[in-house]
Design a protein around this ligand. Structure first.
Ligand code: SAM
Length: 252
């Protein structure tokens, strides 16, 4: 069966990498969700170690192959369906060599769940954005919104030839550990990052449409901020939290 591009089917073929992912944290006694089980290379490693594995795969054509690969693992349950439609709550850890076109959606679904930990294989560039720090090239809305909810650690770089078919990009495995959420206004963060290299003041003045407020009101808000002359790209997470709080009082 040929891999399906529309489902981002890029299968891991390096057993050592699957093992490294499964060994990234101790899994004894843990309930694990795996998103996009594919042919089961990672599922088997997880089932060796965890108390239970719920492996979700959307592609019906892969299910019988997965069932064969996992028939000796009583602790693995295969669920055919769309991971975006399934609850991520109630697991000790969420794993996945993610379908790359759904990386953001799956990431935010995990961050909104009550599961405390995730280990994801992602496109290297996407992974770099998750952990990027202020004033770096990759610092973005994604960095801020992710770090507001979780600590991000890169565990490994995985070269493209560890997959079949060989993708055009390298990958990275990241560990996400949820922490007490910083309350951010997602629309404000998004609007500001559309003008990443501008000062907060100018970015706000250019956000009439994004924020749905007239320029005069945005100017008034900007004038009230002691960070108005800082470049958006230099703001730390705490700065975004502070701006979000001020904005929520102002826009009320
Ligand atoms: N885990 C396998 C591996 O490491 O070889 C497969 C990884 S492959 C990058 C992503 C897998 O996610 C594919 O098997 C694809 O069919 C599946 N997939 C794509 N969209 C999905 C969705 N919405 N829900 C569940 N699985 C999905």
């Amino acid at each position: 069966m040929r891999p399906k591009k529309r489902l981002s089917q890029v299968f891991l073929i390096a057993p050592a990498v699957a093992r490294l992912i499964a060994e990234a944290v101790p899994l004894k006694g843990k309930r694990v969700l795996e998103v996009g089980a594919g042919r089961g290379i990672l599922t088997r490693e997880l089932a060796e170690r965890a108390a239970s594995v719920t492996a979700v795969e959307i592609d019906e054509d892969l299910i019988s192959r997965l069932e064969r690969a996992l028939q000796t693992y009583k602790r693995a349950e295969i669920v055919q369906g769309d991971a975006l439609e399934m609850p991520f709550n109630g697991y000790d850890a969420v794993y996945g060599n993610l379908p790359y076109h759904l990386s953001s959606q799956i990431l935010f679904k995990f961050l909104d769940s009550d599961s405390p930990l995730a280990i994801f294989m992602l496109q290297k560039e996407f992974a770099e954005r998750l952990s990027a720090k202020p004033d770096s090239k990759n610092y973005s809305r994604l960095s801020v919104m992710t770090q507001a909810a979780a600590g991000v650690e890169r565990i490994a770089l995985v070269p493209a030839d560890c997959f079949e078919p060989i993708p055009r990009v390298d990958s990275a495995v990241v560990k996400l550990v949820c922490r007490k959420k910083k309350i951010l206004d997602a629309s404000l963060v998004t609007a500001l990052f559309q003008h990443k290299n501008q000062t907060v003041r100018n970015a706000l003045l250019h956000s009439e449409r994004a924020l749905g407020l007239p320029k005069a009101r945005l100017a008034e808000f900007a004038a009230s901020l002691d960070k108005r002359d800082r470049k958006v790209r230099s703001l730390a997470l705490e700065d975004f939290a502070e701006l979000s709080k001020a904005y929520s009082s102002f826009a009320r």
